[in-house]
Design a protein around this ligand. Structure first.
Ligand code: SF4
Length: 116
């Protein structure tokens, strides 16, 4: 069982928020590929996971946050620690379909996140 410990206490100060740009529409209409440009950049994903502050009151999990109650700080920490299988197991505790909610969800957790 994974012992949840916040691994990167200063991550939110060290790393800026970086979003993935969309691929150009003219390319996207020619295939069924991902909308985003660089979805498999593991280092980038881990860096962004390290930004989570493991808030005492995690607004990402409030009523204005994740509508399926994903365990977001824990999941961010597992991603940061390169524990992708454990992150998936943790995600399945609250979400039966992460493979498509991860693509269509408008991410209210991000809007409610203390870091924005
Ligand atoms: S509100 Fe943001 S920084 Fe705080 S625990 Fe949730 S995701 Fe992490």
């Amino acid at each position: 069982m994974y012992q949840f410990v916040m691994g990167k206490v200063t991550g939110f100060k060290e790393f800026d928020r970086k979003t993935e740009p969309y691929r150009p529409v003219k390319l996207r209409i020619q295939d069924y590929g991902e909308i985003f440009t660089d979805t498999h950049n593991v280092a980038h994903l881990q860096e962004q996971g390290a930004r989570c502050m493991d808030c005492g009151v995690p607004f990402c999990q409030s009523n204005e946050g994740c509508p399926v109650d994903n365990l977001i700080p824990e999941w961010n920490d597992l991603v940061y620690h390169d524990k992708w299988q454990a992150a998936l197991v943790r995600l399945h505790k609250t979400n039966n379909f992460p493979e498509f909610t991860g693509r269509v969800c408008p991410a209210p957790c991000e809007g409610s996140c203390v870091l924005g």
